[in-house]
Design a protein around this ligand. Structure first.
Ligand code: HCB
Length: 216
């Protein structure tokens, strides 16, 4: 049943059908489906399908933009239902952003929601963020982790630049790094010397916790 609702929800993103999307979210929440599951198995799955259709030339950029706008709207509705972590003490300070030259921020924003829901303090430098802003913000807030997002093969190289800038600033021993975004892999993380790669937002939380445990 839940699987069917998730599939229909993904379809509502593909079809750009806001009313159905809203109805399905209400239904899923009323049925007690975990909001994170709604985002990852429903909405994100739909966005992934949109990406594949774009790659196959079945749809064009304006349709992708409409789907992205609907996705952002529906994520905002669902995120309100994610219970906030009640721990008073911060789980850690994370500087998060999409690297320079890259405007894709849907995934980054989902990661932010889950970090915050799990007690991390997030300092969001935004999208198309100058690389120096990651370092400057990390210095300013004494960050534990820098988590960067890159969605294009042409911009993922900037995740390597962040490693270099951290070293130049003398901060590499104090700040752990995490990378993510569709073209990134464990292999890429190892190649550029990042401390972790996360495939999705839930994994980003798990990896951030692991990095905090190593740091302490
Ligand atoms: Co865009 N785009 N796009 N796009 N776009 C991609 C990324 C392509 C792969 C599509 C394609 O051609 N096959 C492609 C990149 C090709 C490449 O380099 N290999 C591409 C291109 C080329 C472009 C433009 C250049 C198109 C143009 O203008 N001709 C242009 C880029 C302009 C620029 O950035 N300078 C462009 C524009 C757009 C928009 C504006 C229409 C829209 C973005 C809207 C927005 O983000 N506000 C868009 C979209 C939506 C996509 C696709 C279809 C979906 C991306 C997405 O939102 N996925 C994408 C196709 C694809 O990725 N296969 C396509 C859903 C989210 C939930 O997944 O992977 O982002 P995610 O995030 C996950 C995960 O990776 C992880 O957790 C998230 C949640 O689970 N994660 C992290 C993400 N960040 C993390 C950071 C961490 O530290 C840890 C985990």
């Amino acid at each position: 049943m839940t699987k069917e609702v998730m599939e229909k929800l993904a379809e509502s993103i593909v079809e750009n059908d806001e009313d159905t999307g809203m109805e399905l979210i209400e239904q899923a929440l009323a049925d007690g489906v975990n909001p994170v599951e709604i985002i990852e198995k429903g909405l994100s799955a739909g966005m992934l399908e949109v990406g594949e259709m774009f790659e196959d030339g079945e749809i064009f950029l304006p349709q992708v933009m409409l789907a992205a706008a609907l996705m952002a709207k529906l994520v905002e509705v669902v995120q309100k239902e994610i219970p906030a972590d009640e721990k008073v003490e911060s789980a850690g300070r994370i500087v998060l952003g999409t690297v320079e030259g890259d405007v894709h921020d849907i995934g980054k924003n989902i990661v932010k929601v889950l970090f915050q829901a799990n007690g991390f303090e997030v300092f969001d430098v935004g999208r198309d963020a100058p690389l120096a802003s990651f370092i400057d913000k990390a210095k300013e807030v004494d960050a534990n982790i820098i988590a960067s997002s890159a969605l294009m093969t042409g911009t993922m190289q900037f995740q390597a630049t962040i490693e270099e800038l951290l070293k130049e600033a003398g901060l590499r021993d104090n700040v752990r790094t995490m990378i993510g975004g569709a073209p990134c892999t464990d292999h890429w993380a190892a190649k550029i010397g990042a401390d972790a790669y996360a495939e999705n937002a839930s994994e980003a939380v798990t990896k951030a916790r692991e990095l905090m445990a190593v740091a302490n």
